[in-house]
Design a protein around this ligand. Structure first.
Ligand SMILES: Nc1nc2c(ncn2[C@@H]2O[C@H](COP(=O)(O)O)[C@@H](O)[C@H]2O)c(=O)[nH]1
Ligand code: MN
Length: 486
């Protein structure tokens, strides 16, 4: 890690011609933010009631199926815009600290096999929850998974918002329950807690370096220890909700088929007047995504649906936590795992923006609140909210906490460094790990694991460097991957 010696970066404004130039956290020589992607962001927020300039973070890139580029935070003054985050909110990452050293290969095999058995891919089609339990998950968030799956209640403070958003402030669960057809709750019984392949993963890591001993101790992380990092959520319910309010670019055929029934029921059957019916037809059944005023009835209903989806996502990943914790104990001689942090990276929240409250939309960016903004009496009220900066399964990943100047990025940090790593490798700036270390790579089949040789850490360090030198995060520990399932 080479973050200390260099001066802070200047925050850059790249394009003076756009109405709302973003605040760009990049490194103009090593990883400049892509101009075409910047232009896509500019178009998407054109005309929006911005409460602050949009924020661009390292790992800024545009996935073809997404409306908005990744690694972005956008605050609006009084409207909600679902196109400023992912089609399903509360995808996120989490880290478990296990009171064990790195186990031998045989124990790792046992762990990975057990994870695949608990959460096979493709899923076997059995429902994980009853319909009533889906409703509880939507209402109670992570607390549901404490009751249902035995996740430790003490660990809820490590989950953003304590793993639960109060629905009453937006009209309450009863309203959603009355308006959303039963099929939405029925379908959400499936695939609950699963991780699956592609960009989601379960990774065993070794804590290789402690960079902030005091905060590491408070967070429960120590040198040489085993950690489990995972990426998953928010599940079926969030995917349904995310596609009810406008026609998303990412619209799988099965969801489209279900929504053919779900969407008219939700928006039209519950309309209370002809005028409302007409308004909803124009809002939700035409092209584009109309921003909804937060204070209006439609805005409150959207916030209610989003908060419900967030809660289901919290419950979902807390169920994953309970399962991974149990499997780790069974595979690694009773070792106890504790949650270090669980952090959503697709979210919409009402939050402080300067002296006012705005609506902060994060897309593949996680929240980084300083200690002063965390609930008194919690660990994060001493350390600041913990932030995960994963590299890849072939590089180190970092645990950090919010930095002193996180307000300048709307209290946000990037949720990964995957494209930075691949970009630097492609450009020859980063290369093979000189020590030729490797990760045991497991897939969702019965094949033996293969070896994935590591790169050096230049890519993930470059992304972290931008965050650290701008005061957005403070690094706490570096973890090296040992084995991954994806
Ligand atoms: N430590 C690991 N990090 C990984 C792995 N696969 C992906 N990633 C990181 O996650 C982010 C998020 O992925 P995205 O596709 O949702 O943008 C990515 O940028 C990587 O930094 C992994 O196997 N291990
Ligand atoms: Mn994700």
């Amino acid at each position: 890690m080479t973050t200390e010696a260099r001066p802070p970066l200047d925050v850059r404004v790249l394009d003076g011609t756009v109405t709302n130039p973003p605040t760009v956290f990049d490194d103009s020589t090593l990883l400049p933010a892509n101009r075409a992607t910047m232009s896509a962001l500019g178009h998407r927020v054109e005309g929006a009631d911005l409460a602050a300039p949009p924020v661009v973070l390292p790992d800024f890139h545009h996935k073809s199926k997404m409306e908005l580029p990744s690694s972005v935070a956008v605050a609006t003054a009084g409207t909600i815009r679902p196109d400023l985050t992912s089609s399903s909110v509360n995808c996120g990452m989490a880290l478990i600290a296990v009171d064990s050293e790195v186990p031998d290969d045989r124990a790792v095999d046992v762990f990975m096999r057990a994870v695949r058995e608990r959460y096979p891919y493709p899923t076997r089609g059995a429902a994980e929850l009853s319909r009533k339990e889906v409703v509880k998950a939507v209402r109670d968030g992570s607390e549901f998974s404490v009751d249902r799956w035995g996740a430790p209640a003490d660990d809820l403070e490590r989950i953003e918002e304590g793993g639960r958003i109060e629905l009453e402030r937006y009209g309450g669960l009863d309203r959603l329950h009355a308006e959303l057809p039963g099929i939405a709750f029925q379908l959400a019984r499936y695939r609950f807690g699963t991780v699956g392949p592609s960009n989601h993963f379960v990774e065993l890591q070794r804590v290789e370096e402690i960079l902030d001993p005091e905060r590491a101790a408070k967070l429960g992380v120590s040198q040489g220890q085993l950690t489990i990092q995972y990426h998953g959520g928010g599940g079926v319910f969030t995917g349904e909700i995310g596609r009810l309010f406008f026609r998303r670019k990412d619209y799988p055929a099965q969801v489209k088929a279900v929504n053919a029934a779900l969407k008219p029921w939700f928006h039209l059957r519950s309309a209370r007047s002809f005028a409302q019916l007409k308004a909803r037809l124009s809002l939700y059944f035409t092209a584009g995504c109309t921003p909804l005023p937060l204070e209006g009835d439609e805005g409150q209903r959207l916030m209610l649906a989003t908060a419900a989806a967030m809660n289901y996502g919290f419950a979902f990943r807390t169920a994953t936590y309970a399962a991974l914790r149990r499997i780790a104990a069974e595979s690694f001689g009773g070792a106890v795992g504790r949650l270090v942090v669980d952090s959503p990276h697709n979210s919409i929240y009402e939050e402080p923006v300067g002296a006012r409250t705005g609506v902060v939309h994060r897309h593949n960016a996680c929240r980084a609140f300083p200690a002063s903004m965390m609930t008194p009496g919690t660990t994060f009220a001493e350390t600041g909210q913990a932030v995960l900066l994963p590299g890849t399964h072939r590089t180190s990943s970092y645990l950090a906490v919010a930095g002193d100047r996180a307000a300048t990025s709307l209290y946000s940090a990037c949720h990964g460094a995957g494209t930075v790593v691949s970009d630097l490798v492609a450009r020859g700036v980063s290369g093979d790990d000189p020590l030729k270390r490797r990760t045991r790579r497991y897939r969702y089949d019965d094949g033996a694991p293969t070896d994935a040789y590591h790169f050096d850490d230049r890519g993930v360090n470059a992304a972290l460097d931008v965050l650290v030198r701008n005061g957005l995060v403070k690094p706490v520990a570096r973890m090296r991957p040992v084995a991954v399932l994806h």
